[in-house]
Design a protein around this ligand. Structure first.
Ligand code: BDR
Ligand code: CA
Length: 330
């Protein structure tokens, strides 16, 4: 029986790769997507998720719009750095047709709460953006906080942040929400920069997608090449782009890909370390640890799984449309 999964995405290039990883994993049944803000505004992220689902022939999966801004703010504006890394349209200016299916009518928070009530332990929730919508579900229903199994991309325990010296991008958007998640959830796995900056992709791999000659292969290659070019500017020492969000999905499929430290976590909320994910010293001696932080990753095995799953998914999409010859060529 495949494991049920809900992705909470701010789609985003690596969110798109995470979605593709989930769709390409026979061990998973994607029962829905909730859309958060972050790399893009909620509406753009929802539109991207719908367009990607359509590309991969999975318009049957519902997409719900989540909370549009951080808890302590009353609006959201895309940061310049997000636009630089993911493009104005969030998918590296790759062009996908307008989706023919609309976002689902219901509310993302209700969908999350109901899904945990219905599926319990058979469901894993993978948030790959700011924690705002998940925090709202925790506040809406104690049963959700007690029973939701969460594998999240966000935070940094043993390495510096990526948008500020102490803060990782997703946690930085809404530190209060991630703090609430860490304090109230009973089962959280944190896939942070400690491991995601070890899992890097280069144009050598994206060329394999382009060679497929399919619409899916072209999309994955176009979006990811944009992301790789951005990384060449912001982090040239890495030699590739970080596969942050797909690693969280991969761990939901196979936890043995990472080694974890059991710990009770919190987020610093004031001062220069605002947004830092760190052990909660008030719960240091509590024998019950509610979180696991990934501190090591089997890079080779993850990259092999990643390429196999995405390539076979892209292979099954329609052939790239034949180019119409230009007047000068005729
Ligand atoms: C995280 O921030 C976003 O830019 C990415 O999509 C990823 O979820 C990495 O810090
Ligand atoms: Ca993301």
């Amino acid at each position: 029986m495949p494991r049920k999964i809900i992705l909470d995405l701010d789609t985003g290039i690596d969110d798109a790769l995470a979605l593709a990883y989930a769709l390409g994993s026979p061990e998973l049944e994607v029962i829905g997507i909730t859309g958060t803000y972050g790399n893009v505004a909620v509406e753009t992220g929802v539109r991207n998720a719908l367009a990607i689902l359509e590309l991969f022939g999975r318009s049957d999966i519902p997409v719900y719009a989540g909370v549009p801004h951080a808890r302590t703010r009353d609006s959201f504006e895309v940061l310049e750095i997000s636009e630089f890394i993911h493009g104005v349209n969030g998918i590296g200016e790759a062009v996908l047709p307008e989706p023919s299916v609309q976002a689902a009518g219901g509310n993302a928070v209700d969908f999350l709460v109901q899904s945990v009530r219905e599926h319990g332990e058979d469901l894993v929730i993978v948030p790959t953006g700011p924690s705002t919508t998940i925090a709202a579900a925790i506040e809406a229903d104690d049963h959700f906080a007690e029973n939701a199994r969460i594998v999240m991309m966000g935070g940094a325990l043993s390495v510096p942040g990526n948008v500020r010296p102490w803060a990782e991008a997703n946690v930085n958007q809404d530190p209060e929400a991630t703090d609430l998640l860490f304090r109230r959830s009973r089962d959280v796995t944190m896939i942070g920069l400690d491991v995601t900056l070890q899992t890097l992709l280069t144009t050598e791999e994206t060329a394999q997608w382009r060679e497929l000659g399919t619409a899916g292969g072209d999309f994955l290659a176009d979006a990811t090449d944009y992301y790789i070019r951005a990384y060449e500017t912001t982090a040239p020492n890495l030699g590739g782009c970080g596969l942050h969000d797909p690693l969280a999905v991969a761990v939901a499929v196979d936890p043995s890909l990472v080694t974890c430290l059991d710990i009770n976590l919190k987020v610093d909320l004031v001062g220069e370390t605002r947004g830092r994910t760190i052990g909660d010293h008030d719960r240091l001696n509590d024998p019950v640890k509610t979180a696991r932080v990934a501190v090591a990753v089997d890079v080779e095995r993850f990259l092999a799984e990643f390429m196999q799953r995405l390539t076979s998914l892209a292979e099954r999409t329609p052939a790239r449309r034949d180019l119409v010859p230009q007047a000068a060529d005729r």
